[in-house]
Write a protein that binds this ligand. Structure first.
Ligand SMILES: Nc1ncnc2c1ncn2[C@@H]1O[C@H](COP(=O)(O)OP(=O)(O)OP(=O)(O)O)[C@@H](O)[C@H]1O
Length: 376
């Protein structure tokens, strides 16, 4: 149980349509992450699923039952917010027990469920403490415990980690992934942090201005973004976009003219694209120093040295956005020194003038890491 269907969901606030016909099937036990820039409607969508916000039109169906008119508590869901919403005067035990007390559950059952949740969340030694004595991460775990004891079919998380520092966020990501495996419940998680999306999701839903821009497993979005929005949103630093002209279409792919070189990009051609302007997308991590299939000369204006990688930014003629390259380790590239770089056509993406991708001929399964032989 825990299957969710959204059918043509629309939400208007006055005259403004913030969610525009969203349809989505969420499988039982799936970890779904809604990502998108600020204001794209992800929290509103989550709040509609929770029942905290009415839908203007469309159906929300949980386990085959339309729930649009059901009160939040009757939907079999539990929501965890960014603000932990804990009661400061109550112990951790009572904070977790709160929804069960509201339901007037028997005392023995309350104790059993709270202790079980506390064990899963490593809070069993802290049940008598007040929230004020806990760290941010522990407080968020109490809020999650409060959701767990309700035994919901679907957990909803609204940016639950955004109040935590970077190290704690990384720990909590691992905790949440573990929790999902352990409980096997359906989870829907809203964030604008693409690392959270990439690391936790079974499937990511990328929202853009109230629409679903693309839905898919994390690496599918990374390797096969369907449009320039997803290409720019997934991956950090963002994908470079270079203007090119299509010079031909063959069985092997699409030919483009790039800096006077003819490149054959392994993507599916389309009628009428020969002669048209296209955008060639290449990720910063796919640029190498020195000669290669596609060559260009850049002059970095800023170089960031992070130790584990070196990031260079260069202005290109006629382009608003800086060209970016990411090199592994500490590399000797210098500001204001011209540099020959190259990339491989197999790593390229092509987008038409409307920003839609020409389908890449990449085998995602073959890109998975091969099994490592462990010596006996
Ligand atoms: N109660 C409301 N009344 C009017 N407009 C609203 C209301 N709630 C949200 N909005 C607007 O709807 C749009 C979507 O808001 P929403 O909170 O869903 O975005 P979001 O993608 O979650 O963004 P963020 O990451 O900033 O939280 C925004 O433009 C917001 O201003």
């Amino acid at each position: 149980m825990g299957q969710l269907t959204l059918k043509d969901i629309v939400k208007r606030f006055g005259a403004i349509e913030v969610v525009k016909s969203v349809s989505l099937d969420v499988n039982e036990g799936e970890f779904i992450v809604f990502v998108g820039p600020s204001g794209c409607g992800k929290s509103t969508l989550l709040r509609m699923i929770a029942g905290l916000e009415h839908t203007t039109s469309g159906d929300i169906v949980i386990d085959g039952k339309r729930v649009n008119d059901l009160a939040p508590v009757k939907r079999g869901i539990a929501m965890v917010f960014q603000s932990y919403a804990l009661y400061p005067h109550m112990s951790v035990f009572e904070n977790i027990a709160f929804p069960l007390r509201v339901e007037k559950a028997p005392e023995a059952s309350i104790r059993e469920k709270v202790e079980a949740a506390a064990k899963i969340l490593h809070l069993d030694q802290r049940l008598e403490q007040k929230p004020g004595m806990l760290s941010g991460g522990q407080r968020q775990r109490v809020a999650i415990g409060r959701a767990i004891v309700r035994e919901p079919e679907i957990f909803l998380f609204d940016e639950p980690l955004s109040n935590l520092d970077a190290a704690l966020r990384a720990d909590m990501r691992i905790e949440l992934t573990r929790l999902h495996k352990q409980l096997g419940a359906t989870m829907i998680y809203v964030t604008h942090d693409q690392v959270e999306a990439m690391t936790m999701a079974d499937r990511i839903v990328v929202l853009h201005a109230g629409y679903i821009s693309q839905v898919g497993p994390p690496l599918e979005l990374y390797h096969k973004p369907q449009n320039t929005f997803v290409a720019g949103f997934i991956g950090n630093p963002r994908m470079n976009m270079l203007p090119v002209t299509c010079t031909g279409v063959t069985d092997q792919g699409v030919e483009v003219d790039f800096n006077g070189q003819t490149l054959l990009i392994p993507v599916a051609g389309r009628d009428g694209i020969v002669g048209s302007a296209l955008s060639l997308g290449i990720r910063p991590e796919h640029i190498e120093i020195g000669p290669g299939e596609a060559v260009m000369t850049i002059t970095p204006t800023v170089v960031e040295r992070l130790g584990q990688q070196t990031i260079g930014y260069a202005a290109l003629d006629g382009q608003d956005e800086n060209f970016c390259l990411v090199l592994p380790g500490s590399r000797g590239i210098a500001e204001e020194q011209p540099l020959q770089v190259s990339f491989s056509t197999a790593d390229c993406h092509l987008f038409d003038a409307g920003g839609q991708a020409l389908e890449r001929q990449v085998d995602l399964a073959a890109m998975s890491l091969p099994p490592v032989a462990v010596p006996a």
